[in-house]
Design a protein around this ligand. Structure first.
Ligand code: SAH
Length: 256
């Protein structure tokens, strides 16, 4: 029997942001193991598959990772086509790498399918061009949440000149602000906080580095949300940007 598991990204929520390859994998699936940040609407592509919810939101009910591993293995060894469906991209803070390695070590064929990660989707849904030419020379994706409490190199992040996209940061806004300020980031650096990106109930809160924690509190920002920190976070807010044509500059943005 052909043991195969597809590790598939379901994108940020909007079912139209699913890839064609993800749809093909869902159509072929006998079993779909679904995380809880995945929009159930994508299940229209696998009407006859057995769907198993294995979500694990921080602080809420959780399915142990070892159990998920064993379940995937069991179905694959029974010759079932298994789709492990994850929010966003399977390999961006999604354990796709760990699961693929674990399965391959046991002789299971694995195929990874990209999804649009929430950080990129959230920015684009809010018209924030993450690497706007002349403003940001790159983008850095980081998680504010670590299992071992290891520290990020905040100074490097603060001074790196790239747009920061922070996942799992809602409960740590004060700490993120303090660390970036201490690392030398300008206090008035624009911040966009995007909740439920790409879903009908998406909300966005614009702020700056010093005010972001208070503004998020007043806004009642809730998880899942991503933070975009950097000059580009002010772009869409100010439609006057059009007047700058193609020669955007950080100073120009601040002058708007
Ligand atoms: N693999 C996922 C990330 C999983 S980590 C991906 O590539 O998107 C979970 C974090 O992702 C959440 O805490 C939140 O920061 C972010 N996230 C996931 N879906 C989101 C959404 N629709 N809107 C905003 N943030 C989201």
């Amino acid at each position: 029997m052909n043991a195969k598991v597809w590790l598939v990204g379901a994108g940020p929520g909007d079912p139209e942001l699913l890839t064609l390859k993800a749809v093909r994998a869902l159509r072929e699936a006998d079993v779909v193991m679904i995380d809880d940040l995945v929009n159930d609407a994508v299940l229209e592509h696998c009407p006859t598959a057995r769907v198993i919810a294995v979500g694990k939101r921080g602080g809420c009910r959780s399915t142990p990772q070892a159990f998920i591993h064993r379940l995937m293995l069991r179905y694959a060894r029974h010759g079932k086509c298994v789709v492990r469906l994850k929010g966003g991209d399977p390999c961006i803070f999604g354990r796709g790498g760990e699961e693929a390695q674990w399965l391959r070590e046991r002789g299971v064929e694995v195929e990874l399918v990209n999804g649009i990660t929430a950080g990129l989707a959230g920015a684009t849904q809010c018209d924030i061009p993450l690497t706007l030419r002349g403003v940001a020379r790159g983008v850095t994706l980081v998680t504010a949440h670590t299992q071992d409490d290891s520290q990020l190199n905040w100074q490097a992040l603060a001074q790196g000149g790239t747009t920061l996209v922070i996942y799992m940061g809602v409960a740590k806004l004060g700490e993120i602000r303090d660390q970036l300020l201490a690392g030398g980031m300008a206090a008035d650096t624009p911040v966009a906080m995007i909740e439920n990106a790409s879903l009908p109930h998406q909300r966005e809160c614009r702020s700056d580095l010093t005010a972001m924690a208070e503004d998020a509190c007043a806004f009642e920002l809730k998880s899942p949300a991503i933070l975009v920190i950097g000059a580009v976070a002010a772009v869409a807010e100010n439609q006057k940007i059009a007047a700058f044509g193609s020669s955007y500059t950080a100073q120009g943005l601040q002058a708007l």
